[in-house]
Design a protein around this ligand. Sequence first.
Ligand SMILES: [Fe+2]
Length: 354
Amino acid sequence: MVLSFSPLAFPPTIDSAHFGDFGREVSGVQPSYLSPEEFAKIEKALYKHDLLLFRNVILTPQQQYELVKAFDPESEQYGHGNREFEKNKASILSYLKGLPDVPQVQIIGHGTVRDHEGISEVTLKHGRHPEFHKTRVSEEDEAKGFTRFLRWHMDAALYDLKPPKVTALYGIKVPEGPMHTVLYDDGTGDELEVTLGTTAFVSGKVMFDIMPRELKSLALRSRAKYAPHPFLWMRNAKAKPTGLGLETEGLETPLEELPAWEEGKVKTYPFIWKNPVTGGLHLQVHPCAIIEVDIDPLPPNAERQGARFPEGGRLTDLQEIRDLVYEMQRPGIAPNVWVFYVLVPSVLTESAIS
Ligand SMILES: [Fe+2]
C-alpha cells in the first residue's frame, strides 16, 4: 500500500472553512516501523494537519515511545518527567501511571486491568468533573447521560521540564454504549454529543484565527508564566463548568507551602507558537496553570485605536488573568463550530516527551 492521508469525518455541524486542513487519517504504513522517507512525510503532515489518526495498528509501548521521540530525537526528558505526580497523591495528576518498562508511556483509563505490559493488576481511576469542578451535573442528569468536559489542557509539566512537541494516544479498549451529552453549563446553552470516553481536541490555530484583531495583537505580545509545581499549586482550586480554567476563590496553595522550587525552573512561554512547516500561528496556553502574564508594548508606530494594553504590562491578579485567557479560548471550544472530538478508549496509553 502507498502512504496516504485522507480527511477525517467531521460532525456535520463543524465549520469546514476553518477545519479543511485539520486532521488526517494515515494509511499504507505501520507506525511501528517507518522508513526515513515515510517518517519525513508523516512529520510534515502532522505540522500541517495538527492531528493524525492511525487505525488498526499494533504498537508496543517501546514502539509508541520511539514514534513520539522521533519528532524530537535530541530530547531525553518526557512529559511529566520522573513520575513525580505518582509519588504525590495530592497532585491532580496522580491518576497517571507510567508503565514499568517504558515509564515514558502512561496507562490511563477506568477500571481494573490485569496482565498489561508488566503490570499484574492495577485499578485505574480517571478524573471526573464532580471532583474537579466548582459545580456539577446532578446525579440524576448524569444517569440520563449528561456530562461535562473535565479539564482542557496541553500535555506538559510546565515546571522544570519543557513541553513536548508531540503526544500520542494509543487506544486499547473502547467503551461501548449510547452517546453522552456534554453540557457547557455556562449560561450559553451550548451542548455537544460525544461517544463514551471521548477526548476532545481543539485547534490552537483556529483558536487564534477566530480572535478579533485586538485580541490577536495582545496574544502575540503576551507570555504566560506558570506556577511552580502547578498541579500541586492548583490542587484545591475548582474548575469552571466548561473545564476551561479555574474559578478564582483564593484556593491555590501559597507558593511558600509548595515543595521546594527554584525560580530558574519556572516556565514562561509565549502565548503563540509559529508552526515551522505552515508558518501558521497557534495559541498555546494552559488556562489552569498560569500565574502571571507579561505583555510587551505595541511598537511606537503601531495603530493604537482599540488596542488592549498598548503600553504593555504585567498581570498578576488571577481573576484578571483568567478572564483574559477565557476570553481568548472560550470561542475555540464552542460546539457547533469549532470542537472536533475523536474516539477515546476506556483504557489507553499516552506518551509524551519534551
Ligand atoms: Fe492529556
